[in-house]
Write a protein that binds this ligand. Structure first.
Ligand SMILES: [Zn+2]
Length: 147
């Protein structure tokens, strides 16, 4: 039997799902590993990549929505909105750094514990949305704070 043919009949277990699969059909090539194949099977890698992508999309998507909602509350002159009097009408602004640069806002959020479902809370409610006056809280804490 040639080396190649031997390899063809070889099987190993995926380190993630533990299913035993043929090396060639079951795993991607990875020349930096001793057997030349990835540790996780093709399906698991595809699934992990997909999950990573979805998570990333959701994380930045959520921050983006948050950023948009701050700008809407503070800078768009929507006088008819119920929230107007609490923000723009009160002169509350989003600091220039955040207002002009989504990346900076996103980086601050990610460095300060942003998670989906948390609310961006101002420590001093009469001060602007800016680093140093903001923190992430659960909606419950946020309600207690304002009510
Ligand atoms: Zn697997």
């Amino acid at each position: 039997m040639t080396k190649k043919a031997k390899q063809k009949n070889k099987k190993k277990a995926c380190t993630k799902c533990n299913k035993v699969k043929p090396l060639d059909e079951g795993f991607y090539n990875n020349c930096s590993r001793p057997d030349g194949k990835t540790a996780r099977c093709r399906e698991c890698i595809r699934e992990d990549n997909h999950n990573y992508y979805v998570r990333k999309q959701k994380a930045t998507g959520g921050v983006y929505c948050l950023w948009q909602s701050l700008l809407t509350r503070c800078h768009r002159g929507y006088t008819g909105r119920r929230e107007y009097k609490y923000y723009e009408g009160k002169g509350i602004a989003v600091c220039d750094e955040w207002r002009n640069n989504f990346e900076k806002f996103k980086n601050w959020c990610l460095a300060n514990g942003y998670r989906k479902g948390l609310a961006l809370d101002r420590i001093d409610n009469n001060d602007d949305f800016r680093p140093g006056n903001c923190r992430f809280t659960t909606l419950h804490e946020n309600r207690n704070n304002t009510g």
